[in-house]
Design a protein around this ligand. Structure first.
Ligand SMILES: NC(=[NH2+])NCCC[C@H](N)C(=O)O
Length: 580
């Protein structure tokens, strides 16, 4: 049980004994200011209202029954009926000691352990991976790592777009190039830059006489399983996937080929999906297309918004594969929760497929379907992030630049380190900075990409946290022999605050688990690093005049801080170098 949960249990017991309705929530929150204690219970007012009782009177009665012996130093009533709880130094010391010794960081596995499908990354293979997929990939990665860490059975699903009409155009272009080539190398060269390959194909599609017909013919052939066409498609997809692999590797995310569950995988199931929707009475034909109209989806003019599942030419759509995927994730993967890390602009699409899948009984009511939406990454000009000419920024180039900038920075800070070591550190700092800049923002809002702030050693950035960690490690490098079984004895307010924050790691993870918000973890780590800096200033460790017990105790707190920072950064998919 973390501290919040422990206080919640105790306060709720007391509330019940004091006469509050069973199940009245204690609403335990960390206090905003130290003078209000470490935590406050805000639930008394609500419970009193239900009882038609004076809240301060109820609070007084709750205090009489509240058993926090040995846990809290003082507990008091404040304002209209808040209860402020000041934890005792001794108790915090013991908690911190346990946490260090059992290496748990005070984290317990969540109960019950759930099966959680996480749909993230999902690039379209027809094109180069772009920044929108960066967001999905890294945010999804953090939530995957965190849920695994908390003991859930996590099943990543990389729903890549490898199917659809664009492939007709690409394959037609590819085939005609191959027919005019002497070797396969030339083709590989063309495919090395998927962005321009796509542009060339599109150009021919729009302008070249007869090309569009060939392209359409390829779509039909592909969908009917024509062997030659299929082989061509496979070759294209393989090249595109290897580009993704390179990006994943560079980003240091967990995704592998095993997590691929592309749109094409659902192809054979699509006719059945439409058939089952018909059986469920959900299909309406509209202009020859098979559509589902649901009451809750209305357009601007109040007309119902269709979800099209089959076009008039018989082709299936994005929504159809998503419905098939939902069913698969329930029937075969047995998901309790399905989390979709997908651009906010697809929220209507997802809301529609969620609603349809429940109405059609593809997924039971009890399965939680959650769109973890994210906003757009913007350039300095306030428009969606792009190259100067308005093109897509290749992720590989972006990461390359990050590394170079980090290298300059590390060299400036640490000129004595050998070049190889600086390169190594720059890699971790560069990619860490790009990831952290994104992860630390509230995922639902748009944000502006800015090299200077993300690579700064001050403020809520990856380099700051990595540096804080390296700095603690350097204390240990200088400290010599350390008594790893020493007692922790909290005395100073800054020690109290640091220990308290250390014990609150699991509270931050609890929120990531529920809401899929990596920024909660970022903010927590930032606060922790800040608390450490304050502590280190007020409570020196290595100075000569520090008594031995104080030195040992403080080293233990430093150790716990380093462990927590490293683990936290690890959950963010960011490495913490030993020195910087
Ligand atoms: N199940 C899903 N629809 N996942 C999201 C896939 C993202 C899609 N390929 C895109 O680039 O927009």
């Amino acid at each position: 049980m973390n501290i919040r949960q422990l206080l919640e249990t105790r306060v709720e017991q007391a509330m019940e004994t004091a006469g509050a309705a069973k199940g009245s929530p204690a609403v335990i929150k960390p206090s905003g200011r130290p003078e209000f204690g470490d935590y406050q219970a805000n639930g008394i007012m609500g419970a009193a209202k239900k009882l038609k009782m004076n809240p301060r009177q109820l609070a007084t009665s709750v205090l009489e029954h509240l058993d926090l012996d040995g846990i809290a130093a003082t507990v008091e009533i404040a304002g209209p009926g808040f209860i402020n709880i000041h934890l005792s130094d001794e108790w915090l010391s013991t908690q911190a000691e346990h946490t260090l010794k059992d290496k748990s960081l005070n984290i317990e596995s969540s109960t019950p352990s759930q099966t959680i499908v996480i749909d993230y990354s999902g690039p379209n293979l027809a094109k180069e991976m772009h920044v929108g997929h960066l967001r999905s990939t890294i945010i999804g990665d953090v939530v995957t790592r965190t849920l695994k860490f908390l003991g859930h059975n996590v099943i990543p699903q990389n729903h890549v777009g490898d199917w659809g009409t664009q492939f007709g155009m690409l394959l037609a272009h590819m085939k005609s190039l191959m027919d005019n080539m002497d070797s396969n190398d030339e083709l590989s060269m063309q495919l090395a830059d998927l962005e321009s390959f796509y542009r060339d194909a599109k150009n021919r599609f729009d302008n070249e006489e007869g090309f569009a017909d060939i392209a359409r013919d390829y779509v039909v052939k592909l969908q009917s399983g024509d062997a030659e066409c299929y082989a061509l498609w496979q070759q294209f997809v393989e090249v595109s996937l290897s580009h993704c692999d390179a990006v994943y590797e560079r980003l240091g995310v967990l995704l592998t080929r095993d997590d691929l569950m592309p749109e094409s995988a659902y192809n054979d199931d699509l006719p059945q999906v439409v058939e089952d929707l018909k059986q469920a009475g959900l299909i309406t034909e509209n202009d020859g297309a098979q559509c589902v109209f649901l009451e809750e989806f209305k357009g601007r003019d109040d007309t119902l918004l269709p979800a099209i599942v089959q076009k008039s030419d018989g082709g299936y759509l994005y929504a159809t594969s998503d419905l098939a995927a939902l069913r698969y994730r329930h029937n075969t993967l047995h998901a309790d929760r399905m989390l979709y890390f997908v651009d906010a602009r697809q929220s209507t699409h997802l809301a529609q497929v969620y609603a349809i899948s429940k109405k059609a009984g593809f997924v039971p009511e009890s399965t939680s379907l959650e769109h973890m939406a994210f906003g757009t990454m913007m350039g300095q000009n306030g428009k969606p992030f792009a190259t100067r000419t308005g093109g897509t920024v290749k992720l590989v180039d972006l990461l390359e630049e990050a590394e170079q900038r980090a290298f300059d920075l590390v060299s400036e800070k640490n000129p004595d380190l050998g070049e190889a070591a600086r390169r190594e550190i720059a890699k971790l700092v560069g990619v860490g900075a790009v990831k952290y800049a994104d992860l630390s923002k509230n995922r639902t809002s748009d944000y502006i990409f800015n090299w200077e702030t993300m690579l700064s050693f001050e403020g809520n950035t990856a380099p700051y946290l990595q540096y804080a960690h390296a700095r603690i490690r350097s204390i240990f490098a200088k400290a010599g022999d350390v008594d790893t079984s020493a007692d922790i004895a909290i005395k100073a307010p800054s020690e109290h605050q640091l220990a308290l924050t250390l014990m609150r790691f699991s509270e931050a993870l609890e929120i990531v688990e529920k809401d899929g918000t990596p920024n909660t973890l970022c903010n927590y780590l930032f606060e922790l690093a800040g608390n450490f800096m304050t502590f280190y200033e007020a409570c020196p460790i290595l100075k000569d005049d520090v008594p031995v017990e104080d030195r040992s105790s403080r080293l233990q707190l430093a150790q716990l801080t380093a462990n927590t920072l490293k683990t936290g950064l690890g959950l963010l998919g960011i490495e913490a170098p030993e020195r910087m």
